[in-house]
Design a protein around this ligand. Structure first.
Ligand SMILES: CC(C)(COP(=O)(O)OP(=O)(O)OC[C@H]1O[C@@H](n2cnc3c(N)ncnc32)[C@H](O)[C@@H]1OP(=O)(O)O)[C@@H](O)C(=O)NCCC(=O)NCCS
Length: 173
């Protein structure tokens, strides 16, 4: 594989982020959700206005994984009050880590995760945490091998379907 670059995304990247966001979410969940629920989620969660406002949030950070000018994955981190659960303002949430299917198992996710670790170190986060669908076995394995442990469960709504997310954390200090 040629050199992989991890770059910080800005509002200029909104359409690229929308494209990789929709592609990777579909690749991950289209098989296990109704077409209607998927369409609603893809339309709403990756709407240009919504992504632009997330990119403009100074407490959120997006990174793109770029290989030969092509975007093959992305990472979204939340700090302070951008976290989707306000348990500890000094924690770091990995809200999204998504890699295009053909690049799974090729260390792209690990490179994005290294960026999360770097941010955690910079802000001296007390812990990193995330929510992951309980049946997303590959992702759960990925987090487990990186030292995350389950501490809770949460209900996640995809359209009118309710699913269980495992809440996982890695204590840092
Ligand atoms: C989750 C994700 C970022 C992990 O990246 P990756 O490159 O696939 O991760 P890795 O291959 O390094 O690690 C996954 C581990 O799960 C293992 N695995 C693969 N399929 C599995 C399965 N069905 N059940 C359990 N473990 C599985 C792999 O063997 C690997 O472990 P190993 O390194 O000990 O062999 C990537 O798969 C992805 O983008 N998935 C789609 C988006 C997603 O689900 N994001 C997370 C949302 S919370």
């Amino acid at each position: 594989m040629n050199t992989l670059k991890i770059t910080k995304a800005t509002t200029d990247d909104v359409l690229k982020l929308q494209s990789i966001g929709r592609q990777t979410f579909s690749e991950t969940f289209a098989d296990v959700n109704s077409e209607e629920n998927m369409k609603k989620y893809l339309d709403e969660s990756f709407a240009t206005e919504k992504l632009t406002s997330e990119l403009n949030n100074l407490s959120s950070y997006f990174y793109l994984a770029v290989l030969d000018e092509k975007i093959i994955g992305y990472l979204k981190l939340n700090t302070a009050d951008a976290q989707t659960e306000k348990e500890d303002l000094n924690a770091l949430e990995i809200e999204r880590i998504y890699v295009a299917k053909e690049f799974h198992g090729k260390k792209v996710a690990q490179a994005l995760y290294a960026q999360a670790e770097q941010m955690a170190e910079e802000i001296k986060a007390s812990y990193m945490w995330l929510g992951v669908w309980e049946k997303n076995f590959r992702a759960v394995s990925f987090y487990t091998k990186n030292g995350f442990v389950q501490f809770d469960t949460h209900i996640f709504r995809l359209g009118n379907d309710e699913q269980t997310d495992l809440m996982m954390k890695k204590v840092l200090i």
